[in-house]
Design a protein around this ligand. Structure first.
Ligand SMILES: Nc1ncnc2c1ncn2[C@@H]1O[C@H](COP(=O)(O)OP(=O)(O)O)[C@@H](O)[C@H]1O
Ligand SMILES: [Mg+2]
Length: 398
């Protein structure tokens, strides 16, 4: 009886929910917090579909700003500017997860923000993220909140060597991480954290790293691109390819976990789940990105609907597009290091007519900075990887 009543109320709720659900249609303005390459690729997709894009960040002449219709240059803490921005857009999304909660709250008073602030709050802090994942029984590597040097010294002995100490906030591309190989490393590693909140993780001797880029809309519909395989160099993503070389069982499991995570967080938008696959074929969630992801860049050339268009559709309440792959694909990142001896040899890299170049419009090529990427499609992922690495190497030729 109770159950039936609950079902009835749910139906009534959903009826009204859908009746009043607002679709944000083309010609509306989508606001984006952040102004890097993810926002740029999002803006390109949004403009293709007739939307206007307004980016908000502290920098000017940014990768996103260069292709957006409007660029607000202000600190995230400047709540007057945030208010003005929110009043001038029809919906807000992110390309960068480290936007302060107060900023998101301020914007949410005037306009829908997707994904919601709580999702961002969890995903921008490793400790909160890991607490969430473990409470919901998603598989992760052992971790512990580290408050003192003594905490660290006891816990590394429990986890074994090596272990990895990470700052809880503001880490990306391996920044804010220290590998602890022996008890002697503890002091230096703890000093490097500089009093910031920190997490110790047991080291995962993984077979490979993979990711699932998922999209979820307000009604709970879910779209994904299967499993993408990722190789890192110096903790920075180097190369991704799809489909990943995995058994069907593991592929299915990875997608199910990702789906579970997006549902548990009630994500509206795109979220990427990064995994380790252990040598004994177990999937462990490494981290969550509440936005499109570097590993999903290959969907731009390889899929009927790419991750950025899917983000747009999710936050605007439009149906998802097909995530079908035309072919297997590979993507290679182009880091600032490639500019060390002058402008890379673009013509040489593009001699293969199946290689596509994506550059993000960044003026300064610093070592380790993501400047762009190359993508190619091929009959197999293996041959796509071979082609893309060959093309990237040609960039260094004179
Ligand atoms: N516990 C771990 N065990 C083994 N390798 C790790 C571990 N944590 C991180 N790494 C390596 O470092 C890379 C970056 O770490 P990650 O936690 O994803 O931080 P971010 O991508 O935010 O810099 C991972 O993709 C992986 O290659
Ligand atoms: Mg990562």
């Amino acid at each position: 009886m109770c159950l039936n009543l609950a079902k009835l109320f749910r139906r009534i709720f959903l009826f009204f929910f859908f009746l009043f659900m607002k679709q944000i249609l083309p010609n509306s303005t989508v606001g984006v917090f952040g102004s890097g390459q993810l926002g740029r690729m999002f803006a390109i997709e949004a403009r293709k579909m007739g939307y206007r894009v307004h980016t908000f960040s502290p920098a000017s002449d940014t990768p996103t700003g260069q292709v957006a219709d409007f660029e607000t240059v202000a600190e995230y803490e400047d709540l007057n500017q945030v208010k003005r921005f929110a009043q001038n857009v029809d919906v807000v999304t992110f390309e960068f997860e480290n936007v302060p909660s107060k900023t998101v709250e301020a914007a949410s008073q005037f306009v829908s923000v997707h994904p919601r602030g709580e999702v961002l709050h969890i995903a921008q802090n490793r400790l909160r993220e890991k607490n969430f994942l473990s409470q919901k029984n998603f598989p992760i590597t052992p971790y512990r909140h580290i408050k003192t040097l003594e905490d660290l010294q006891t816990t590394v002995q429990e986890f074994g060597f090596p272990s990895i100490l990470k700052t809880a906030g503001f880490g990306y591309d391996g920044k804010g991480q220290a590998k602890i190989k022996s008890l002697h490393d503890c002091e230096t590693a703890f000093e490097q954290i500089k009093g910031n909140e920190a997490v110790l993780e047991a080291f995962v001797d993984f077979e490979k790293e993979v990711s699932v880029v998922g999209a979820r809309d307000e009604q709970g519909n879910f779209a994904h691109y299967g499993v993408i395989e990722n190789a890192h160099a110096n903790h920075i993503l180097d190369c991704s390819f799809a489909p990943a070389y995995l058994s069907e069982k593991i592929q299915k499991e990875a997608v199910e976990i990702a789906h579970g995570v997006l549902d548990a967080l009630e994500v509206v938008g795109v979220m990427t789940v990064e995994f380790f696959l252990t040598k004994d074929e177990k999937l462990l969630v490494n981290e969550l990105a509440p936005r499109p992801h570097n590993s999903g860049h290959l969907t731009i050339d390889a899929c009927a609907t790419n991750q950025f268009e899917q983000q747009l559709r999710a936050v605007c309440g439009l149906p998802f597009g097909s995530t079908e792959f035309y072919k297997s694909a590979a993507m290679a990142n182009l880091l600032g290091d490639l500019w060390k001896n002058g402008e890379p040899n673009w013509a040489k890299a593009l001699e293969n007519q199946n290689v596509k170049l994506h550059l993000y419009g960044k003026q300064e090529a610093r070592c380790g900075r993501k400047m762009g990427h190359l993508t190619t499609l091929a009959a197999t992922a293996e041959s796509a990887v071979e082609i893309i690495k060959k093309s990237r190497n040609k960039l260094k030729q004179k």
